[in-house]
Write a protein that binds this ligand. Structure first.
Ligand SMILES: Nc1ncnc2c1ncn2[C@@H]1O[C@H](COP(=O)(O)OP(=O)(O)OP(=O)(O)O)[C@@H](O)[C@H]1O
Ligand SMILES: [Mg+2]
Length: 500
């Protein structure tokens, strides 16, 4: 499976649907990059993350997968579902070479860093989420201390570890991941965060990714989160609109690759099919599957390295051990079963506690909210005063000159309302963008009230936008750049040169 070894070093991921060209990215420096992969269930996240993983492995960049779903062992099987795929070590889960115990995280980090073996850490048979978090946190903290050469960590169900709302029970793993995401690059560490809904991933974490692969998305909350990410990266508002409009109809396996700074790419890519097997839990065929998983390290060696944990066997799923007497084995199995149900009950309680905590608003939060509301009111009053003053000024002018079309007004540089309306209609038609149209129509409707132009805040207030909103400001900048509007001090005017 090392057929790509002598080819130029790049990760070949698929085909651009915009240009028809092969979509590939340079392998150099890719190992320490951060990816976000988001999309609804069944859109192809795991499949495409596996294509990425295969390419990393071909370029001698080891990957480590944290897999709460129990799917990633299939990397060790070829696409035909029977012969060997890419050699991996599997710790935990149904196909684990060795069992996973909650205290193994640091040892796994040392193993990966030293041996550089692609490793799947299958969390799926660990019922307690607190154990998942312990493994990931210990692994992250230790890897940060000792690692120096590129390794790419792939995290399925990323919101379990870097959630938007960091409750006490997640603080430890979040702290470890946050450190890796912010400064892990210096230690050779890259991360891929996979989630169905981007808004569930911690905003700070998502803001750090170098490339976002957005698969099909349909709910407005997810689409908004993708848009916010793009705006924060400084993408042009027209471009954002174009990409956002496509999200609900993307086909399985097709995603938008958005990477303004690293790859300088905005592309729609259909990913290649995996060269390894894509296990489909919904298919009947797999019932008869007798996989021959390619091992990167033989099980005896792995058992030896982790023997300290194997002996304890704590929290690990039962596996008949040689030499055990039948009654003992049964008793151990019973105890393990009881332990697992106690752990899963503890997890349920923890989840219920978190949900309850989430609905409690602390006194501080109440004070803070009142404070913000008062500030908002005060700002509104100031803006209204400014508007009223402008209006009075305008009324005075009208009284002074009797009629708008009077020579006095024309001489003062104010254009005829028909000219303003025609200009705005023409520009809106040209840009075909809702934010642009709203801003221009607001400036048209208020043209006579603000003869000296409107401030950013005044436009935002009238057009019902947040004056600090990314999209609003990007659009305003674009209109200015294209000279549709001009700026005079802190005021914006429809370009008088075009209104004559
Ligand atoms: N590049 C691709 N080309 C063709 N088909 C694909 C491709 N990627 C994914 N698919 C199809 O989409 C199905 C779902 O993909 P996948 O299991 O990766 O979904 P997912 O987004 O990870 O879903 P979930 O969130 O439920 O885990 C696959 O079984 C496969 O048939
Ligand atoms: Mg998946």
């Amino acid at each position: 499976m090392d057929k790509h070894q002598n080819e130029p070093r790049s990760l070949t991921l698929g085909k651009s649907e915009l240009t028809g060209q092969t979509f590939q990215i340079p392998a150099a420096r890719s190992g320490t990059k951060k990816w976000g992969i988001v999309g609804i269930s069944g859109s192809g996240k795991t499949h495409n993350a596996a294509v990425l993983a295969e390419q990393y492995i071909h370029n001698s960049i080891p990957i480590v997968v944290f897999d709460p779903v129990g799917r990633w062992w299939d990397l060790g099987i070829a696409a035909d579902g029977h012969s060997k795929g890419l050699p991996i070590a599997i710790i935990g889960g149904q196909h684990g070479q060795i069992d996973l115990t909650p205290d193994m995280g640091s040892a796994i980090a040392r193993y990966v860093s030293e041996h550089r073996v692609p490793t799947v850490i299958d969390l799926s048979q660990m019922r307690s989420k607190s154990h998942w978090r312990q493994v990931v946190a210990d692994f992250g903290n230790e890897l940060f201390e000792i690692n120096r050469t590129p390794v790419q960590i792939i995290i399925e169900e990323a919101p379990e570890f870097v959630p938007q709302r960091v409750m006490e029970s997640v603080a430890g793993v979040y702290g470890a991941m946050d450190k890796l995401i912010r400064i892990g690059r210096n230690k050779g560490i890259g991360i891929t965060l996979i989630a169905q809904r981007p808004q569930m991933i911690n905003k700070d974490s998502l803001s750090q990714v170098n490339a976002l692969l957005v698969m099909r998305l349909s709910d407005p909350g997810s689409i908004d989160a993708a848009q916010v990410w793009l705006e924060a990266q400084g993408a042009d508002s027209d471009l954002i609109d174009t990409f956002i409009a496509q999200l609900p109809t993307l086909a399985d396996g097709t995603g938008l690759v958005l990477s303004p700074a690293w790859l300088k790419t905005f592309d729609r890519v259909h990913f290649n099919l995996r060269e390894t097997f894509h296990y489909d839990p919904e298919s009947d065929e797999d019932e008869t599957l007798t996989p021959d998983i390619a091992q990167a390290v033989d099980t005896a060696q792995l058992e030896k390295m982790f023997s300290k944990f194997m002996e304890k066997g704590r929290g690990a799923p039962s596996r008949p051990r040689a030499g055990g007497d039948a009654a003992d084995t049964k008793r151990v199995a019973e105890l393990e079963q009881r332990l697992r149900s106690a752990e899963s009950r503890a997890d349920e309680l923890q989840t219920a506690l978190e949900a309850a905590q989430e609905s409690i608003i602390t006194e501080d939060e109440v004070t803070q909210r009142i404070h913000l509301a008062v500030q908002d009111r005060e700002a509104r009053i100031v803006r209204l005063e400014t508007m009223v003053n402008g209006f009075i000024e305008q009324a005075k002018q009208i009284l002074d000159t009797n009629t708008l079309a009077s020579p006095a007004i024309l001489a003062s540089g104010i254009a005829a309302p028909q000219a303003v309306a025609a200009y705005v209609a023409k520009q809106s038609e040209y840009f075909k963008n809702s934010t642009t149209t709203k801003i221009l129509e607001t400036m048209r409707d208020n043209y006579l009230r603000f003869p000296n132009g409107m401030t950013r805040e005044e436009i935002a207030l009238e057009a019902h936008y947040d004056p600090l909103g990314g999209r609003f400001n990007t659009t305003l900048r674009l209109l200015k750049k294209r000279k549709v509007i001009v700026q005079d001090g802190d005021r914006y005017l429809l370009n008088p040169a075009h209104l004559k």
